[in-house]
Design a protein around this ligand. Structure first.
Ligand code: NAD
Length: 478
């Protein structure tokens, strides 16, 4: 018997939660349920995260959390409960299967069965943002080796466990050579450990287009956070409906399972909502806690119900559907099908899968790191880069000198184009002069001289070599 935490959520949440629990208990799930309140009521009571301290304690104690959708109140100051939960609990992997149920649910893609494995903690979602000049704000995209290793390994282990044949990686490493480059590099490294699973890499733009057009070409797709956020909704929608998809958020200690849709407040309290999304989340939860037989029984009964044409209003279609039902009746129909298998849709078999456990991340020995320069970012209201260069060159010492200025990444000095549009945010790159080296002390000197010359420095980025390999981007056009 496993104790799980559950939150009924807001809007249609309580109805789909009741339906889901009724189905999995009828299928023989061995669970104790402890309920917490999260969402609108808690937000409106003045808690900006939408969750009380005691509820955190319970989630951390039970480690498995089934969460119905919540309503985030309109207006500023309320933080996303989902993002907070994922990051606090280290839920690094977001698993979103999207499968079409042709011809029983209308879809443009009759053959589609993909699983998106989205990195869930870092990338642009680290939420580190700063305004630096009148005209420019920045959002830091952080990609870490442990983040990449954990998510890529998860994708391959998932593929192995569920008998999937291929793992595809989507990145934009032709542009972000360091950040997405690391993700791609780690993918290639880890793929070698799974020779029985096919692997491939696509640049995200053409990969996304291919996925939307020919989803049958993909199986498991692993990608950084932002791409995964966008593409998993696209995948769910083109499979048939976002209302049918569930999602798992997995960490080393804890896990959270949910539907991918929201609380649909306009449909609340009318016995209309489709519980399938949360039910799919619950099926992933049952697999996660080792109750694979129950998970399989529920999924096959659900597939049979969908195939029988017993549909809630959102997927009901005159002709292909047989009976339009409410939330409760849909749950009853699934329960009546427990023990049966679909005859046209492919039945699932989770039998031999077992609980997915991954080795802990091992930190590697540090590389030899050498400081080889510094980028000093400057707020300057002028437009002519040559004029700025004259000013910045005042900082040249015998040891370090200005080597390049870029604006929004493109080189504007030396030899810039007059056509290039410039903002008030300039990157001035300093390198050691021939035969010299640069130290942290030189950087402090540069900044201190900048104050004396009235140059408004807004930040610095050190340029390094790791094991003799330069580890920073060149200026575009350099
Ligand atoms: P939504 O997903 O709640 O609803 C969009 C529309 O989709 C609904 O009007 C309804 O017609 C349909 N729909 C969604 N789920 C359905 C279901 N199970 N059965 C039948 N029809 C369904 O998106 P929204 O209207 O943008 O957001 C409503 C609220 O949900 C907002 O407060 C938002 O912040 C919140 N939200 C919560 C989560 C979460 O808790 N994970 C996720 C997304 C949105």
């Amino acid at each position: 018997m496993k104790t799980i935490t559950i939150a009924k959520g807001d809007g249609i949440g309580p109805e789909i939660k009741d339906a889901t629990i009724e189905i999995i208990l009828a299928a023989g799930a061995e669970i104790n349920i402890e309920e917490i309140e999260v969402g609108e009521k808690i937000y409106l009571a003045g808690n900006t995260s939408g969750i009380a301290k005691e509820s955190w304690d319970m989630i951390r104690k039970n480690k498995v959390f089934l969460k119905a959708p919540i309503t985030t109140p309109q207006g500023g100051g309320y933080k996303s409960l989902n993002v907070t939960t994922r990051k606090f609990l280290g839920l690094y992997a977001n698993i979103r299967p999207s499968m079409s149920l042709h011809p029983f649910v209308k879809t443009k893609h009759p053959v589609m069965d993909i699983v998106i494995v989205r990195e869930n903690e870092e990338d642009l979602y680290a939420g580190i943002e700063h305004q630096q000049t009148d005209e420019v704000v920045q959002c830091l995209k952080l990609i870490s080796r442990p983040g990449c290793e954990k998510i890529v390994r998860y994708a391959f282990e998932y593929a192995k466990q569920y008998g999937r044949k291929k793992v595809t990686c989507f990145t934009k490493d032709n542009i972000m050579k360091q950040a997405d480059g690391l993700f791609h590099q780690v993918f290639d490294e880890i793929a070698k450990e799974y020779p029985e699973i096919e692997n491939e890499h696509w640049i995200i733009d053409i990969g996304a287009a291919k996925m939307a057009d020919t989803p049958e070409a993909f199986d498991v797709i692993v990608m950084p956070n932002l791409y995964g956020d966008v593409l998993s909704d696209v995948a769910a929608q083109i499979a048939g409906s976002v209302g049918l998809a569930g999602s798992a958020n997995i960490g080393e200690e804890c896990a959270m399972f949910e539907a991918i849709h929201g609380s649909a407040p306009r449909r609340a309290g009318q016995n209309l909502a489709n519980p399938s999304g949360l039910l799919q989340g619950a099926i992933m939860m049952l697999n996660h806690i080792g109750q694979m037989e129950v998970a399989e029984k529920v999924q096959n009964a659900w597939l049979k119900t969908m195939e029988d044409g017993i549909h809630t209003y959102d997927v009901y279609k005159e002709g292909s559907s047989k009976q339009k039902v409410g939330t409760k009746e849909f749950a009853k129909a699934v329960i009546a099908n427990l023990g049966k298998k679909p005859s046209k849709l492919k039945p699932v078999s989770y039998g031999n899968s077992g609980v997915l456990t991954l080795p802990k991340y091992q930190r590697k020995t540090s590389a030899k790191k050498k400081l080889v320069g510094v980028d000093i970012f400057v707020h300057w209201n002028g437009f002519n880069p040559d004029e700025l260069a004259q000013k910045i060159k005042l900082l040249n010492s015998g040891d370090t000198e200005l080597s390049m200025i870029t604006n929004r990444g493109i080189k504007v000095w030396p030899d810039g184009f007059s056509e290039t549009f410039c903002t008030d945010h300039w990157r001035c790159r300093f390198k050691p002069t021939d035969g010299k080296t640069i130290t942290q002390f030189d950087i402090i000197q540069l900044l201190s001289h900048a104050i004396n010359y009235g140059i408004d420095t807004i930040k610095t980025e050190n340029l390094y070599e790791f094991n003799g390999k330069s580890a920073y981007s060149l200026g575009q056009g350099q």
